[in-house]
Design a protein around this ligand. Sequence first.
Ligand code: ZN
Length: 160
Amino acid sequence: MISAMTDRCDCGAPAGPLGRCADYYHAILAEEQGDPDMYRWHNPVVCAYLLQHPAEGHEKHLDVQFRWLQLLLDQGIDAVIRVAAHQVARNRHASRQGYDMTPFERYAPLPPGRAATDFGASFSALPVVGGSFVFDGPEAYGRRIEAVAAATVERLSGRT
Ligand SMILES: [Zn+2]
């Protein structure tokens, strides 16, 4: 028996043609592997997905994921890629300097609270045409991911 509950994700979003948000997320991760322009948005995709579905990630990472999305909205995807490369380079050093929080200090910490629902933009609402998320080009795809990121920050910022 199919109940209304099975059509709804933890984040409150109704399922789309591909299924729930998790189905969209895994389809994105698979498609971006073969598309460097799409992969530029990997970090915001992961951060937004885990912030909208915190049970699937690690609580200790949520704060920095929330700040990554603010960095995206404030400085754009090129800045995200630059900071990500910086973090990877740091980790490769034998000195093991760890995560550099300097780029994130100016951004708001994640307000404490329960998992939020009813975000203004959801993964299961992303359009897929001919099996592709980048059917109309990587720029248009990027704008959609940015809208999901903005909705995630907006919803979690207002959490009480
Ligand atoms: Zn969801």
